[in-house]
Design a protein around this ligand. Structure first.
Ligand code: FAD
Ligand code: SF4
Ligand code: SF4
Length: 484
């Protein structure tokens, strides 16, 4: 029989993460760096939770996971129930458990962390629960009880589009997902490297959705293979979940030299090689760091993934140039610590001034940055320190300065699709509907570059809204849909 646990174990049990592979081992392959919790460790760590009356972990989880409940069930070894509770609010708990920046979300706000005892290891337990559920066969396709006789279209097979697709299919819609890539998963497959998220974890989610009856149209680019207007004719409602892909560029002398490459091209090539694809730009060395001195410019998650990928490809040295300091960087502190363990050198408060070389880059000329008074957003303003120039040898420079949306109204042939001045799609915050009737939007294309867990939240909310919209149209006699 399941043991009733007292919880509050943090008073006698210290925080322990799952076993981490040594940096030396990690540098040699693209496999995930953490092992799964053993059953004993998961129970022990879940039992540290103090079952707060107002759980700040849950408040700061974008999908509002019932964290205290599934921690208690795990501590009591009631794993199937823990899985049921966990999957009720999150379509991909094992993915979030691996790649959410927990130090900024649930774990960073755990009261035990705040009282300096070290947070409950929420992410690792979440991953453990669902990985176990997969192993035990508890994860089942969410086929509907009955078909509603209406179809919906989802543009983009990233986490936002996939979460919406699963919810809509479970309600009984015929769901068609269109993606311009050849594989399903968006940045989960082609952005985020395998050492954070192994690709078969995403592939099994793809298979599950296909088994539930979701129809995938890969290599299908909306704007090229069909206009938005055509998709609106095919479907009762359409969701735009296309993410943001236009790389921000650097403006400095020499920025057009050879071997200065955008982060996503570099990471996509590496992920494709890891998946067994033939990638000519990798084979010819242009997107391969092996034997090179690498400089990555930027301080977000993408920059962290680039430096750690370069280490694994066999770069001779890897430096990360970021204009602010460690505590002000947007990337997760955990990722910085992993990168440092793996041999990456951070050059804080430094920015490129020029790129030097003939044809291809040979060095970066950088300047030191002083962080001045805080601006209206509360962030200190970076100021160049006169006469502080210095050179860093580099034969591969990777630009990781963030992403912006593409021109969707132009690409989709839909001038009525309203966007903000940053190019993100404007939606009604209550309904998630865009300015075009029956067209909804979710994920990075609405928020700008954000997080997987926010895309999932948006996809779920959009699915609810699309369902309400179709029901209202049906009630008004505009659409013919079977009653629920
Ligand atoms: P995407 O995942 O970008 O998916 C959009 C999909 O739409 C793509 O498959 C694309 O091919 C498709 N598409 C685009 N245009 C069209 C079109 N015209 N027709 C058809 N299909 C189209 N977040 C985290 O939470 N943790 C991390 O560790 C993390 N690491 C990251 C590392 C990198 C390198 C990057 C770039 C991002 C990272 N993120 C991370 C952010 C996270 O990946 C995104 O916030 C998330 O994937 C957004 O989901 P989405 O569904 O909105 O878009
Ligand atoms: Fe934490 Fe992310 Fe899981 Fe929420 S989804 S509990 S933020 S790891
Ligand atoms: Fe448990 Fe921490 Fe959440 Fe409190 S904040 S319920 S201790 S995980």
């Amino acid at each position: 029989m399941a043991q009733k646990q007292k919880m509050l174990g943090f008073v006698h049990t210290t925080q322990r993460m799952p076993d981490k592979r040594t940096a030396d081992e990690r540098r040699r392959d693209f496999r995930e760096i953490y092992a799964r919790f053993t059953d004993e460790r998961a129970t022990e760590q879940a039992n540290r939770c103090s079952q707060c009356g107002v759980p700040f972990c849950q408040v700061h989880c974008p999908v509002q996971n019932n964290i205290p409940d599934w921690l208690k069930l795990t501590a009591e070894d009631r794993l199937e129930e823990a899985y049921e509770v966990s999957q009720a609010t999150n379509n991909f708990p094992e993915i979030c458990g691996r790649i959410c920046p927990q130090d900024r979300l649930c774990e960073g706000n755990c009261v035990i962390e705040q009282s300096t005892h070290g947070a409950v290891t929420i992410g690792s337990v979440e991953r453990y629960i669902t990985d176990t559920a997969w192993e035990k066969g508890w994860v089942k396709p969410r086929t509907p009880v009955r078909e509603l006789g209406a179809s919906v279209g989802v543009i983009g097979a990233g986490p936002g589009g996939l979460a919406a697709a699963e919810e809509l299919r479970a309600k009984g819609y015929e769901v068609h997902v269109y993606d311009r890539y050849d594989r399903v998963g968006g940045l989960l497959v082609y952005g985020i490297p395998g050492f954070k998220l192994e690709k078969d974890v995403v592939a099994r989610r793809h298979r599950l959705l296909a088994d539930a009856g979701v129809v995938f149209h890969c290599n299908f680019e909306v704007g090229r293979d069909a206009s938005l207007a055509e998709l609106r004719r095919r479907h009762a409602a359409v969701l735009i979940a296309t993410g943001v892909y236009k790389a921000r560029d650097m403006e400095a002398p020499g920025a057009d030299l050879g071997n200065i490459v955008p982060a996503l091209s570099y990471l996509t090539a590496s992920n494709r090689v890891d998946l067994g694809d033939d990638v000519p730009e990798f084979t010819d060395g242009s997107l391969n760091a092996a034997g090179k001195s690498v400089v990555v410019v930027g301080g977000g998650d993408t920059a962290m993934d680039c430096v750690r990928t370069a280490v694994r490809q066999g770069a001779t040295s890897v430096k990360c140039l970021y204009r602010r300091d460690r505590k002000n960087m947007p990337g997760s502190q955990r990722e910085v610590a992993h990168a440092e363990e793996e041999g990456v050198e951070f050059v804080w408060q430094a920015a490129p001034e020029a790129f030097l070389g003939q044809g291809t880059v040979k060095a970066v000329r950088a300047v030191r940055i002083h962080l001045g008074v805080a601006d209206a957003t509360g962030r200190q303003t970076p100021q160049v320190m006169e006469g502080s120039g210095f050179e860093i040898p580099a034969d591969l420079v990777i630009k990781a300065l963030g992403f912006e949306p593409e021109d969707l109204p132009g690409l989709f042939g839909e001038p009525d699709l309203k966007v903000t001045r940053w190019g993100t799609v404007t939606t009604d915050p209550r309904t998630r509907m865009t300015s075009v009737d029956g067209v909804f939007a979710a994920g990075d294309i609405v928020r700008g570059a954000s997080l997987v867990v926010w895309a999932i939240r948006d996809g779920r909310d959009a699915a609810e809204s699309m369902h309400r919209y179709i029901k209202a149209k049906t009630a008004a006699g505009i659409l013919a849909v079977a009653a629920e």
